[in-house]
Design a protein around this ligand. Structure first.
Ligand code: 4AZ
Length: 424
């Protein structure tokens, strides 16, 4: 190969031979490396291909169930009961089929109306099988579903002619499978904020970092694909949406997803430096799709009460102590709700805590939200493990001091305001 020949005309033939051999070795080395890389690539491709899940959408009309407006709300008892019934029917169907090892999960993603009856839309997830025969896999699943989901099954009378089956792209399917609020995919293994601990990936999937020109300024909570809730005071110095972006993921240094901001709506009665009405909603420039690590928190109803002493968790990338350093990894801290009467006592905040605020922490101090946690979530799990947004980190006298717990914007108090701005 000409490129391997010695450039020097003065060199002897033997020298040239040695050169050629060296070059040959190099060429061979390069060739071997390329082949090895190709082989590794192929192995990785097939391993990965073998693991890529398949998603399908199935819909059918149920003639035995009249449509009710309650089915439009995915948290209504009617919707939940129907979801439970359909999912257990589909689970049973596939667990008893030859696809039992490929079937992963299914979920009712919508209940619509046709001729006064309900149409149920389900997303199903399968582990891949039959590597290069997706069409056969498609056929098998459709056949099993068609056979099972027709006619009278218990109290369900399914209209066979309404049956529709199609495949669906992974990000869209994952978004639909993760639309339920307040759920998380992982069960954290253990228990800094001031006095907190490192969080785990997917543990607080609604937590976002609100950044001004890519610098973390505040926390925020995802409440839909398009909207976040945060604190009004985050925007005292800058409220131009163009300056702001939102990131998701455990680490500030390695965000999993980022979005630009289209609009910032600050409570009209927030007047700095007063702490009242410290709430704002942020509209994303483009929707964020839910994944196992990005999900929304539930918003409590106006009349919901979170009793004093109940356990709540505050999360954020705020400083680990007053004027301390900001962590790269999201922090979590378990605190307890303190009633407004106690929080307004002389030795605590002496009357400045208004009904739109709530206190959480410990009167002995040590565990608290801190600078940079502002705007972020204070959440509480109900007895089914569904997480609700109780408060928004707002203010406090320094961090983790005795008798100076964190003060939060009370979400139930602003539930109607959130609805009026976001429709949620
Ligand atoms: C802040 O400056 C801040 N200890 C947030 C929360 C608390 C104090 C300060 C509560 O963002």
């Amino acid at each position: 190969m000409p490129v391997c020949l010695s450039k020097s005309a003065k060199r002897t033939e033997s020298k040239t031979k040695v050169k050629l051999t060296r070059c040959g070795k190099i060429t061979l080395g390069i060739l071997m490396t390329v082949i090895a890389a190709l082989l590794v690539g192929l192995v990785v491709y097939f391993a990965a291909y073998g693991k890529i899940p398949f998603y399908y959408h199935v819909s059918f009309k149920v003639n035995s169930i009249n449509y009710d407006e309650k089915f439009a709300k995915p948290y209504s008892k009617e919707y939940m009961d129907l979801n439970k019934k359909i999912v257990s029917l589909i689970n049973k169907t596939f667990h008893e089929s030859r696809l039992r090892r490929q079937y992963v999960t299914s979920h009712v993603v919508q209940v619509s109306r046709a001729n006064g009856k309900v149409v149920i839309h389900v997303v199903l997830k399968f582990k891949s099988c039959c590597k290069n025969n997706a069409a056969k896999f498609w056929d098998r699943i459709e056949t099993i579903l068609r056979q099972k989901l027709t006619g009278q099954i218990g109290s369900l009378l399914i209209d066979a002619s309404s049956f529709k089956f199609s495949d669906i792209a992974m990000p869209i399917a994952e978004n639909l499978l993760h639309t339920c609020c307040g759920q998380r995919t992982i069960t954290p293994s253990g228990n800094k904020i001031a006095g907190g601990q490192d969080a785990e990936e997917g543990e607080w999937p609604w937590q976002a970092s609100l950044q001004q020109n890519n610098v973390h300024r505040c926390g925020a909570t995802l409440i839909s694909n398009h909207w976040l809730v945060t604190a009004a005071h985050c925007f005292i110095k800058a409220n131009d949406p163009k300056e702001w972006n939102v990131t998701f993921g455990l680490l500030l240094s390695d965000p999993k997803t980022q979005r630009a901001v289209k609009n910032i709506i600050i409570h009209e009665n927030y007047h700095y430096p007063a702490h009242d009405n410290d709430i704002a909603v942020v509209h994303l420039a483009s929707p964020v799709l839910y994944t196992s690590n990005i999900r929304r928190a539930c918003l409590p109803e106006t009349n919901h009460t979170f009793p004093p002493s109940s356990d709540v968790v505050v999360t954020g990338w705020g400083t680990l102590r007053t004027d301390g350093k900001i962590p790269n990894i999201l922090q979590k801290a378990s605190v307890k709700i303190i009633d407004n009467k106690t929080c307004n006592s002389g030795k605590v905040y002496g009357g400045v805590v208004t009904p739109g605020m709530l206190c959480a922490g410990f009167l002995r101090g040590h565990v608290d939200a801190c600078q940079g946690d502002s705007g972020g979530p204070l959440v509480s799990a109900d007895d089914k493990g569904t997480w609700f947004l109780v408060g928004i980190v707002s203010w406090g006298d320094e961090c983790a001091l005795p008798n100076k717990p964190g003060v939060y914007t009370r979400v139930t108090y602003y539930r109607d305001w959130i609805m009026s701005k976001t429709g949620l």
